[in-house]
Design a protein around this ligand. Sequence first.
Ligand SMILES: Cc1ncc(C[n+]2csc(CCOP(=O)(O)OP(=O)(O)O)c2C)c(N)n1
Length: 350
Amino acid sequence: MGCVKRLRTAPFVGWALFSAAGSVNNPGMKLTKEQLLVNYRKMRMIRSFEEKLNELVNSGRLGGFLHLSIGQEAVAAGVCAHLSERDYVSTTHRGHGHCIAKGVRVKGMMAELFGRSTGLCKGKGGSMHIADMDQGMLGANGIVGAGIPLATGAALTCKLKKTGGVAVAFFGDGASNQGQFHEALNMASNWKLPALYVVENNGWGEFTPTEFVVPVRDIAVRADSYAMRSAIADGNDFFDVYEKAGEAIAAARAGEGPTLLECKTYRYMGHYVGDPLAYRPPGEVDRWKNEHDALTGFESRVKADGVIEDMELRRIDEEVVEELSAAVADAENDPVPAVEALYEDVYAKE
Ligand SMILES: Cc1ncc(C[n+]2csc(CCOP(=O)(O)OP(=O)(O)O)c2C)c(N)n1
């Protein structure tokens, strides 16, 4: 396989970002204790939700083709911490974390993944088509890059209707090579839309290292082509993402137009659940896990600052486990959609 022959030996370039900067950034950043706990809970929920999915698929209790974002939790949480119900988010094939961070109910997500009629899309969407319009979640998407123009359209709606809302598109480094990325950024900048484009550069697109297919070191520079503001964040540092996303979203709300925010991160899991990861350079996954994990970093920071005690975080961990167990039990017992529902909520009918 060509991929094996070309296996990279150097660590992913994103590594340089945090090893040079250190893992604790933005000492001036202000969040209340309550906000910190809310965001820890979100990140813990994202990770535990996906660890649970991994376990369910591997034990044969859950079917379907799933993509997990374990390792990237700080991006979803740090960006969505600035959003409310008037704001929109679009996501990708790897979108559970963005849904949770945006406030989508875990119970409805779990039921959707199990294909139950109680699911957010009545059991007919599944992991890659999960959506929740009540929360401004425009949907996951199996087509790489397709969420980018969707969020751009939502940003145009916010602008025309003067809602004060913003729209955020989350997507991967691979998606930044798609034509629709460039078309959408051009339009958004030209029309000064209240949009934020968050590229999660996790170093891999399927089984290919990013630098094999992206000639620029920083995807953020692509914003220059469209006279758009850009920023680079350490995507495994919640506080850095929070600060940079906050600046971008404030500018968008103030009518100053969109930003391309590149978050350098890493995903611990393969492209899909079941991917044996044989193509990753030895030690790469462990290095990120052991030296720059988003949750461990957050925990060390808040404990060192003396804001939060260990037992408060452990209580959240337990609550998350309980909530997930209940969601799985409910989902397993809920009914599948009735055959008569086949033609409901679809555009094309016989
Ligand atoms: C238009 C399109 N082309 C190709 C694919 C197959 N595909 C699915 S995921 C993926 C890689 C995406 O990489 P990236 O955007 O970096 O996101 P990541 O999976 O790393 O989160 C590809 C090529 C697809 N689903 N849609």
